[in-house]
Design a protein around this ligand. Structure first.
Ligand code: ATP
Ligand code: MG
Length: 435
């Protein structure tokens, strides 16, 4: 085939055969978000570039190198969202959601765009599940969002995922730490990579995040942020740990976690798995809402990478259950029988069960083969004699059990009875296996 074009580098198609995996994850995320009292927020795929410059921060890799920014015909600079927090915060402020009182709890499932080199678990279009809480300063809020992220991994039965936490202080204590880092890294200036040398003046904390072996070796002996926390930040961090202990969530304090976005204050955290690295990152951003023009509003949240989570499930051989694709396949032979089959199929579908019939003109044999291929639970053939007798044979494709059923309105009761029987025996089998 001579296609005129292919998909854009770094973007992936999610095909019909795989989409159930995404839907399964999304269902778990939505139900956990609901359990924690969060409502969904959907914001546009693009925003005014200024929003990301201000919130994500113009010294970050995201803003400096990774954003898809373009100028509209009207001359506005817009950017595709590289993460979900900024748009959600903008919408919360713009619509005055705070008028209904705090906390405001919102979650999102969104595509994000970053101009990055494609790599294992790294794409240019990727997807995040995220949760945000506005107007909550208490350490219980920090623990609540970490527990919420943890609950998603728990429901999926993910193994060996560790929660690493740190506190990066506030605008009172951070400057002292930044000064200490500047002094320390300054004495190693000639050894640092070019990017880190420029970070030295602008944002030395980011050097701690550098992946180059030389920089990370130097960073290992750098002053530790926890030694610089003011009393309030120190106490808050202790309370967060206490709340996590109360919820029996295991964690490790990792003083080198700084996160790649400018808006974080105090608590930062990551869920890390050995197979894929960081799957989820988040923290507190007490200054963000003010930065965007709102009142001081202590807030926090996280973003979880969907592609990385799927890779992790795959690595850990965690199978996502395939949904049924067909409850009943009806074959009609001859024009009259075909019309009968079509009307029965429609009837079954109106009860939201999955019914299929031939729409491509297959022979009887080929239709049987197809019904097997799509794992139809039941099949039924209607021919001349069935039309005459006004009844047909319903076949359970797994047990091969056959039931004579009427073809008038009585069909639906007979089919649903067989369907419920089959579902129950399936359930009993599964329960027996659990013992
Ligand atoms: P990394 O260090 O891997 O670049 P990050 O610090 O840039 O991650 P965040 O901005 O915190 O990531 O995003 C949260 C999560 O989103 C990450 O932990 C990861 O699972 C996922 N993620 C980030 N960038 C990408 C990408 N380019 N492709 C796929 N997933 C991504
Ligand atoms: Mg990144």
């Amino acid at each position: 085939m001579d296609l005129i074009t292919k998909r854009v580098y770094g973007a992936e198609d999610i095909l019909p055969a795989d989409v159930y995996k995404w839907q399964f994850l999304e269902d778990i995320m939505r139900s956990q978000a609901k359990a924690y009292g969060f409502k969904e927020i959907r914001t546009p795929v693009f925003e005014h570039t200024e929003l990301f410059n201000r919130s994500v921060g113009d010294t970050t890799d995201i803003v400096q190198k990774e954003m898809y920014t373009f100028t509209t015909k009207g001359g506005d600079s817009l950017s595709l969202k590289p993460e979900g927090t900024a748009g959600a915060a903008r919408a919360m402020l713009e619509h005055g959601l705070y008028n209904d009182g705090y906390p405001i709890k919102a979650y999102y499932l969104t595509a994000c765009y970053r101009y990055e080199k494609k790599n294992y678990g790294r794409q240019r279009e990727f997807h995040q599940f995220g949760m945000e809480v506005y107007g909550a300063a208490s350490a219980y809020a920090d623990a609540e969002v970490m527990c919420a992220a943890h609950s998603v991994f728990d429901r999926l039965d993910v193994q060996n995922i560790s929660l690493e936490i740190n506190s990066i202080g506030c605008k009172e204590c951070r400057p002292k730490y930044t000064a200490a880092l500047r002094e320390y890294f300054g004495s190693h200036e000639s050894e640092l990579c070019d990017t880190c040398r420029s970070r030295l003046t602008r944002n030395p904390m980011r050097i701690l995040d550098c992946k180059s072996p030389v920089c990370s070796k130097i960073a290992a002996d750098a002053p530790k942020v926890l030694d610089f926390l003011c009393e309030e930040c120190h106490d808050h961090f202790e309370e967060v740990k206490g709340c996590l202990n109360a919820a029996r969530i295991k964690y490790q304090v990792n003083p080198s976690i700084v996160r790649g976005l400018d808006y974080y204050t105090r608590t930062v955290f990551e869920f890390v798995a050995p197979e894929v690295g960081t799957v989820c990152g988040g923290g507190r951003y007490d200054g963000l809402i003010e930065e965007l023009g709102g009142q001081h509003t202590p807030s926090l949240g996280f973003g979880m990478g969907m592609e990385r989570l799927l890779l992790l499930l795959n690595k850990q051989n965690i199978a996502i259950p395939e949904p049924p694709v067909c409850d009943l396949f009806v074959i009609g032979l001859g024009e009259k029988a075909k019309q009968k089959a079509f009307s029965l199929i429609e009837g079954v579908r109106s009860a939201s069960l999955i019914a299929e019939g031939d729409i491509v003109g297959r022979t009887l044999k080929a239709q049987m083969k197809y019904a097997n291929k799509i794992h139809a639970r039941f099949s039924m053939v209607i021919g001349d004699s069935e039309m005459e007798e006004n009844c047909a044979v319903l076949k359970n494709m797994t047990t091969k059990e056959e039931t004579k059923v009427p073809l008038d309105d009585g069909f639906f009761n007979a089919f649903f009875a067989a369907y419920v029987d089959d579902s129950n025996s399936d359930l009993i089998n599964r329960l027996n296996k659990m013992k």
